[in-house]
Design a protein around this ligand. Structure first.
Ligand code: NAP
Length: 226
C-alpha cells in the first residue's frame, strides 16, 4: 500500500509520516497547494491521510483531496465539531459530511485538543501578568498518540466513523494553566474567563470532551515535563 499524508510537516502530520512505512508528506512546502490546486499529482496513493487544515477553507481542501480518488481517505476531525458552534468546527463537520457522502471509502477519527495546542494557548495567555483562562475543561491528548491511531486506521479497511479519541484526563483549564506555570517556572495570576454566547455555553457544557473515550496515555503534565 502507498501512503500520502497531507500536512505531513504539521504538528500531527509529522508523527503520522513517522508512523507509516514509506509515507510521503505533502503540503505547500513540498509543492502541493490544496487550495490553489497546484501539485496535485503528489496526492496519488492508495491511502491519503488528510491532516492539512485551513481555518476558512476546510471544505474546499477536502474536496480537492477527494478529487484525487484515493482507495481510502483517512480524515482527522475534532471531538464536538457537531456540538460547539465555532466557525472552524462547522467547517470540520461540513468536511466530514462531504467525505461521508462522496462515495470514497473513508475513515474519520475525531480527537480532542492536542497538548501542543494548549501549550501554545498558554504561551500566548501568559504574555500578560494577569492570565485570563477560559472557565471550562479540556481533555488534552498527545498528538503522537493520535498519529499512531491514524496510522493504524490507514493500514486497516475503511471504517467510516472510528471511535473518538480523548486524552487521559479531563481538567479545568485553570488546573492545566497551573500545571503549565509550574512546568515553565512562570509566575502569573490566573483569572477564569467566562463569556457570553453559544460557543462558550457549548464548551462550558463539555461539548469538546469525550468522557467515555479517555484513551490517550500521556497527560499534559507528562508532555510538558518530558
Ligand atoms: N490542534 C488540535 O488540538 C487538534 C485537535 C483535533 C483535531 N485536529 C485536527 O488535526 C489536523 C492537523 O492539525 P495540526 O495542529 O497538526 O495543524 P498544523 O500544525 O497547523 O498543520 C497544518 C498543515 O497543513 C498544511 N497546509 C496548510 N495550508 C495548506 C494548503 N493550502 N495546501 C497544502 N497544505 C496546507 C501546512 O503545511 P504548509 O504550510 O507547508 O502548507 C501544515 O503542515 C487538523 O485537521 C485539525 O483540525 C487538531
Amino acid at each position: 500500500m502507498t501512503f500520502v499524508v497531507t500536512g505531513g510537516a504539521g504538528s500531527l502530520g509529522r508523527h503520522v509520516v513517522t508512523a507509516l512505512p514509506g509515507a510521503k508528506p505533502v503540503s505547500r512546502a513540498t509543492g502541493t497547494d490544496l487550495l490553489r490546486g497546484t501539485g496535485l499529482g503528489a496526492l496519488r496513493a492508495d491511502v491519503v491521510v488528510h491532516c492539512a487544515t485551513s481555518f476558512r477553507h476546510e471544505v474546499t481542501m477536502a474536496r480537492t483531496v477527494l478529487a484525487a480518488k484515493p482507495a481510502h481517505l483517512v480524515y482527522i476531525s475534532i471531538v464536538g465539531c457537531d456540538r460547539v458552534p465555532l466557525p472552524y468546527y462547522k467547517q470540520k463537520l461540513a468536511a466530514e459530511r462531504l467525505i461521508a457522502n462522496s462515495g470514497t471509502p473513508y475513515t474519520i477519527l475525531r480527537a480532542t485538543q492536542f497538548h501542543s495546542l494548549l501549550r501554545k494557548m498558554f504561551d500566548n495567555l501568559s504574555k500578560l501578568p494577569l492570565m485570563l483562562v477560559p472557565a471550562f475543561a479540556f481533555q488534552p491528548i498527545d498528538e503522537a498518540e493520535v498519529a499512531l491511531e491514524l496510522a493504524t486506521l490507514a493500514q486497516a479497511a475503511p471504517s467510516e466513523l472510528a471511535p473518538e479519541m480523548g486524552g487521559p484526563e479531563i481538567r479545568e483549564a485553570t488546573d492545566l494553566a497551573r500545571i503549565y506555570l509550574a512546568a515553565t517556572g512562570k509566575r502569573r495570576t490566573l483569572l477564569p474567563l467566562k463569556a457570553p454566547g453559544a460557543t462558550y455555553r457549548a464548551y462550558r457544557a463539555g461539548g469538546n470532551l469525550t468522557p467515555n473515550h479517555p484513551v490517550g496515555k500521556r497527560t499534559f503534565e507528562d508532555y510538558l515535563t518530558a
